[in-house]
Design a protein around this ligand. Structure first.
Ligand code: PXP
Length: 237
C-alpha cells in the first residue's frame, strides 16, 4: 500500500499572490495530516516564488509526520536545511524560468556536486532522496552519489497523450521501481499525478510513497482541503 505525501506549495502560491498571510501553509499541513497525509512535502525554490524560509521553520515545528524538503543543491539552501532538519531532503533540478520541475535531476552530469551536497545533508542526520527520471543509470548514479530514496518523475506518464504512450511510461516506472528496490533503495514517485491517473501508479508494488500537490490543492478550491486529501488517500492506498 503506497503512502501519500501531500505537497502544500500551492497554498503558499495563493498566499504570495497577495503577499499577506492567508491561506496559511502550516494550517494546510495540519488539515492534510488529519485527513490522511503520511508526510508533508514542500519545495523551497531559489526564487522563493511560493514557500518561504520561515514557512519551512514553522512547518517543521508544527508537523509531527515526516517532512520532505524539496530543494536544489544551492549551498545557501543546504545551510538552511541543515539548520531546520527535515526528515528527508529531496534534491531536484531547478531552472528559474520553469513553471514547475520539468525533469529529473541529471545525477550523472552533476555527479560531484550532487555527491558533495548529499554528504552535507547526510552528515546532519537527514535522509537523502533524489528526484530522477525513470532511467536505470540515473538510479545507479543517485545511489552512488548518496541517495537512500529515489523519487521517480511521473510527468511523462501523466502527460502521455495516447493510451499506448501511457502504457509505455507506466512500464518504465514499474521496471525502474523494481530495479531501485532490488538495489536496496526506497522508491517514491510523483509529479502530475491526478485523481484520474494515480491508481495505476499506486498499484506498482515497489513504490512506497506518492508525492502529490497541484491536483489536491486545485480540488480543494471546490471541495475543501480535508475532502480533497481524503479522496486522494483512498485512491493511493
Ligand atoms: N515530486 C516532486 C519532486 C516535485 O517537484 C513535485 C512538484 O513540486 C511533486 C512531486 C508534485 O507534483 P504535482 O504538484 O504535479 O503533484
Amino acid at each position: 500500500m503506497a503512502k501519500l505525501g501531500v505537497n502544500i506549495d500551492h497554498v503558499a502560491t495563493l498566499r504570495q499572490a497577495r503577499g499577506e498571510f492567508d491561506p496559511d501553509p502550516v494550517e494546510a499541513c495540519r488539515v492534510a495530516v488529519r485527513n490522511g497525509a503520511d508526510s508533508i512535502v514542500c519545495h523551497l525554490r531559489e526564487d522563493r516564488r511560493h514557500i518561504q524560509d520561515d514557512d519551512v521553520v514553522q512547518i517543521r515545528k508544527a508537523v509531527k509526520c515526516p517532512l520532505n524538503l524539496e530543494m536544489s543543491i544551492n549551498p545557501q539552501i543546504i545551510k538552511l536545511a541543515r539548520k531546520v532538519g527535515p526528515d528527508y531532503v529531496m534534491f531536484v533540478p531547478e531552472r528559474r524560468q520553469e513553471v514547475t520541475t520539468e525533469g529529473g535531476l541529471d545525477v550523472r552530469r552533476h555527479f560531484r556536486r550532487v555527491q558533495r551536497a548529499a554528504g552535507d545533508i547526510a552528515d546532519s542526520g537527514i535522509v537523502v532522496s533524489m528526484f530522477i527520471d525513470p532511467v536505470q543509470y540515473q538510479i545507479r548514479e543517485a545511489q552512488e552519489a548518496g541517495a537512500q530514496i529515489v523519487e521517480l518523475h511521473t510527468g511523462k506518464y501523466a502527460n502521455a497523450r495516447t493510451r499506448a504512450a501511457q502504457d509505455r511510461e507506466l512500464s518504465k516506472l514499474k521496471k525502474c521501481a523494481a530495479y531501485a528496490k532490488s538495489r536496496g533503495l526506497i522508491v517514491h514517485a510523483g509529479h502530475g499525478l491526478k485523481y484520474h491517473n494515480v491508481s495505476a501508479v499506486a498499484r506498482i508494488k515497489d513504490i512506497d510513497e506518492l508525492n502529490i500537490g497541484h491536483s489536491i490543492i486545485s480540488e480543494s478550491i471546490f471541495t475543501g482541503l480535508a475532502s480533497a486529501v481524503r479522496r486522494m488517500k483512498k485512491l493511493v492506498s
